[in-house]
Design a protein around this ligand. Structure first.
Ligand SMILES: C[S@@+](CC[C@H](N)C(=O)[O-])C[C@H]1O[C@@H](n2cnc3c(N)ncnc32)[C@H](O)[C@@H]1O
Length: 198
């Protein structure tokens, strides 16, 4: 088991080149371990139409509703019923794919009205999810897209960002002040070293 701050860096020592050119990328696989309605995955695939989308949903009722919705729209999401922790290790991602992982676990009690979203208090903690998924793909470049709230508890944000080779926080200006959502982007085993990589 790797320590959390070793997760991203174990395959490529610092200074061994920075950009996506380190890997020959032939395609993209987008994984949503917490499918829910698959709303986010649907929109990610609208922007990356050639990518392969795979999602896992543990709740049979939610799975059935989402499966029916997917069948009614033009999307190619591969939705599987079950816990991502048991299903994902058996899912074979093509070796030359860049893997994008959209991380939006149930927030549970993680959102505090005063201190903001604590990424260590989601169910499970975001760092635990990323560490486990990254262990499965030590030979590939990964991009983690973590859903966040406008106010994120700063220590939990720094703890998560320390796992990545490169990270960037984006808050979307599409809601009233204090109620905005956003994403933390974080890369493992590659980083966008110029504007064109983004
Ligand atoms: C916050 S919602 C996900 C939102 C979704 N990603 C979207 O784009 O709308 C969380 C979902 O994850 C599911 N879930 C929770 N734990 C899970 C697990 N271990 N494996 C798979 N699904 C899980 C819940 O049943 C719930 O539907």
């Amino acid at each position: 088991m790797l320590a959390s701050d070793e997760v991203c860096r174990s395959s490529f020592p610092p200074g061994q080149g920075g950009g996506a050119a380190r890997h020959a990328i032939a395609g993209y696989t987008i994984i949503d371990p917490f499918a829910g309605s698959c709303n986010s995955l649907y929109w990610l695939l609208r922007h990356m139409p050639t990518a392969h989308g795979i999602a896992f949903e543990v709740d049979p009722a939610i799975f059935a509703m989402t499966q029916a919705n997917i069948a009614a729209v033009d999307t190619s999401i591969d939705l599987r019923l079950g816990d991502y922790r048991s299903l994902l290790p058996a899912y074979a991602v093509p070796p030359d794919h860049l893997v994008v992982v959209f991380v939006a676990p149930p927030w549970g009690d993680a959102l505090n009205p005063v201190t903001g979203l604590d990424l260590r208090q989601t169910q499970p903690p975001v760092g635990t999810i990323i560490d486990a998924i990254d262990q499965l793909h030590q030979d590939k470049p990964l991009l983690y897209v973590t859903q966040v709230f406008q106010h994120v508890e700063p220590t939990s944000l720094a703890d998560l960002a320390s796992r990545f080779e490169w990270s960037e926080l984006h808050i979307n200006d599409i809601n009233i002040e204090g109620m905005k959502h956003g994403i933390l982007l974080g890369s493992c085993r590659w980083k966008p070293d110029k504007q064109g990589d983004r």
